[in-house]
Design a binder for this molecule. Structure first.
Ligand SMILES: Cc1ncc(COP(=O)(O)O)c(C=O)c1O
Length: 488
């Protein structure tokens, strides 16, 4: 697929060839002088994330998962070593110790997102997908409802459409537009007016696409609510490098996973729900921990009000206190420092990657999403092309990165809508592929679309990214210059 690369005439001067890392860094610092204000993160990387450099890792998969600091693990271990925790939901001392820390963690979470406890409830889940499923399965969709979502949602948001469909709701997608993969604003405004005020309708979008890094305006939240929608904001890819202030914006539901912010613990996610919106949800079942009373002979149950009614079974009570430790770690660094550092590195990396050319003047890389730092975060999706414009299989790029100790990611990142738009896959093409067989594996998909790329390469920056990381990524990219796709 040729997309926006390779339209240049030949004989453009080859501008490749990085200088040494020291020279490039010097030029980078001249261009981004405020980067030096984030040097606290260089110190932190040296001391608290020492495994990265000791083991020679170039970590460029922060949208896959954040990294944890040694001190986070140490503090958590100390806590566990020095305390006795029992299963919460009881009044015995060890149970109360666990309950106390869980409740303190909820308060810390609300404070971190500047959420008013009178307005928001903090529901702890296993991950962002668990939080999304809670909303999906409980939302009062009906025949007159709408489920409106943007193309660039993660599959765990797309999956809610199956709950909506089962209850007869109408499902509508707002497309993203090439080349920047931004939302079609006109279509959005139009669709937001398309609502039955008597029915419950839900609008879901990511604050930041985990495919393209595109960030969407948080102003839409209020616009949609004023038109009668409940709004679900998937913040999983946004909050690792951008602050979310819930006094300024008031989405009805916010979902995220903590490991994406600070790496540890895994297995703990969050649903922040406005109390008013939470009251609309209808849980399809009850479980241990969610009820005040349940009877077998009386065939009756009563759900807890608030968070507990949505937390099935025993919470991960030993790991939840590590969330508080992670949030404090994050706060001690400060969002501004994290955000500014990531965006400076992103700006440099995009510019360098977008300018790499083959000897015949054609671009090596096509970036999906904005080719600057406007309306985006530090996640960059791209494909590589040979001098004749044939795409180079993303798996081959990943394989070469692996050999060099670079952790990046390739594929579609559970974001098929952005992928299909970026890669130019049409609905007709996809439908005829899916008609081939009933048990459809990813390999079938690849062979059906043999002439086109079925995925992209994604690099994502985060908390402890440094200049050397992005430099090595550009070096890796340059190693593909002038190679034919079958030679890689
Ligand atoms: C934007 C977005 N939403 C939701 C998820 C799902 O997160 P989890 O796999 O932790 O449930 C991800 C994970 O990559 C994501 O990037």
């Amino acid at each position: 697929m040729k997309s926006k690369v390779n339209s240049q005439p030949i004989f453009v001067k080859n501008t490749n060839s990085l200088l040494s890392v020291e020279e490039e860094q010097q030029k980078f610092l001249t261009e981004y002088p405020n980067f030096q204000l984030t040097s606290i993160l260089d110190e932190l990387r040296k001391n608290d994330y020492a495994n990265l450099d000791h083991q020679g890792h170039i970590y460029l998969d922060f949208t896959g998962a954040g990294l944890y600091a040694h001190s986070q693990v140490q503090k958590h271990q100390d806590l566990l070593k020095n305390t006795v925790f029992g299963n919460p939901h009881s009044s015995n001392p060890t149970s109360l110790a666990a309950t106390h820390l869980i409740e303190r963690t909820r308060e810390t979470i609300l404070t971190f997102f500047n959420a008013d406890p009178q307005e928001y409830v903090c529901i702890i889940t296993n991950n962002a997908s668990g939080a999304l499923k809670l909303v999906g399965e409980s939302y009062p969709f009906s025949n007159n409802s709408h489920y409106l979502l943007t193309y660039d949602n993660h599959n765990s948001v797309n999956g809610i459409r199956e709950f909506a469909r089962a209850k007869g709701a109408q499902i509508n997608y707002i497309p993203v537009l090439l080349p920047d993969l931004q939302i079609d604003q006109q279509e959005l405004s139009c669709q937001l007016k398309n609502i039955d005020p008597a029915a419950h309708s839900l609008f879901a979008y990511p604050a930041q696409s985990n495919f393209s890094g595109v960030q969407h305006s948080l102003e839409w939240i209020q616009v949609a609510q004023e038109a009668g929608w409940d709004v679900l904001l998937d913040a999983a890819a946004f909050v690792p490098t951008n602050s979310l202030d819930l006094q300024k914006y008031h989405p009805d539901f916010v979902t995220l996973s903590f490991y994406k912010m600070f790496g540890y613990p895994t297995g703990v996610g969050l649903l922040l729900a406005r109390r008013e919106a939470l009251n609309k949800l209808q849980r399809p079942w009850f479980a241990g921990g969610t009820i005040t009373v349940a009877s077998v002979k009386g065939d009756k149950y009563y759900l807890h009000q608030g968070a507990e009614g949505f937390e099935d079974g025993t919470l991960d009570y030993l790991n939840i206190p590590a969330v508080e430790i992670g949030l404090k770690h994050f706060t001690s660094i400060g969002y501004e420092t994290i955000h500014n550092r990531v965006m400076d590195l992103t700006g440099w990396l995009i510019k360098k990657l977008a300018n790499i050319r083959h000897s015949n003047g054609r671009n090596l890389i096509s970036i999906y999403g904005p080719e600057n730092t406007q309306n985006r975060g530090g996640t960059i999706a791209m494909n590589f092309y040979d001098p004749e414009g044939h795409f180079i299989d993303h798996l081959r790029v990943e394989a070469r990165a692996n050999q060099q100790g670079i952790s990046l990611r390739s594929g579609c990142f559970c974001n098929p809508g952005d992928g299909e738009m970026a890669l130019g896959l049409s609905a007709d093409e996809l439908t005829s592929c899916f008609a081939i067989k009933t048990n459809f594996e990813y390999q079938d998909f690849r062979s059906c679309l043999a002439e086109k790329s079925t995925g992209a390469v994604r690099v994502s920056l985060g908390l402890v990214s440094n200049f050397e990381d992005v430099y090595k990524m550009v070096k890796l990219a340059e190693s593909f210059v002038d190679l034919k796709y079958h030679e890689v």
